[in-house]
Write a protein that binds this ligand. Structure first.
Ligand SMILES: [Zn+2]
Length: 114
C-alpha cells in the first residue's frame, strides 16, 4: 500500500491548511476511503487525523481525513479531485509512505473476484 501525504490541503470549513492522505494499492488501484478496520486502523496509527466518522454522502461510517485545526471531515471527492489537480500541475506529495499491506492480507481479495 502506498500512502501519499499532502500538507497544504485547505479545509473547506475553517480555510486553514491541514494534512490529508490518499492511498492506493501497489497495483495502482486506488481507494481514498475505507470501511475496512484493518486498513483504517493501520492508517490511523500513523495519521491520527485519518479516522472513522459518519460520512453523510455515503450514509455510512468510513475512515476519512479530518482537519487538524477544526476536526471537520474532509469530503473524499474534494480531496481526490484536489490531489488529482496537484498532480496535473506537477506537484508531489510532501511524503510517501509504503506500508506492507495488500488486498490479500486484509481479506479483500475475494471481493475482487466477482
Ligand atoms: Zn478546518
Amino acid at each position: 500500500m502506498i500512502v501519499g501525504v499532502w500538507d497544504d490541503y485547505k479545509c473547506w470549513k475553517c480555510h486553514e491548511k491541514t494534512r490529508v492522505i490518499e492511498w492506493s494499492w501497489r497495483s495502482g488501484d486506488g481507494e481514498m476511503w475505507t470501511e475496512n478496520d484493518q486498513i483504517g486502523l493501520k492508517l490511523q496509527q500513523m495519521f491520527p487525523l485519518y479516522k472513522k466518522d459518519y460520512t453523510r454522502s455515503a450514509g455510512a461510517f468510513y475512515y476519512s481525513n479530518h482537519c487538524s485545526n477544526c476536526g471537520t471531515v474532509q469530503g473524499d471527492w474534494f480531496v481526490v479531485n484536489w490531489v488529482a489537480h496537484q498532480r496535473v500541475e506537477g506537484r508531489l506529495p510532501s511524503d510517501v509512505v509504503k506500508l506492507k499491506m495488500d488486498p490479500d492480507t486484509v481479506g479483500l481479495a475475494s471481493s475482487f473476484d466477482g
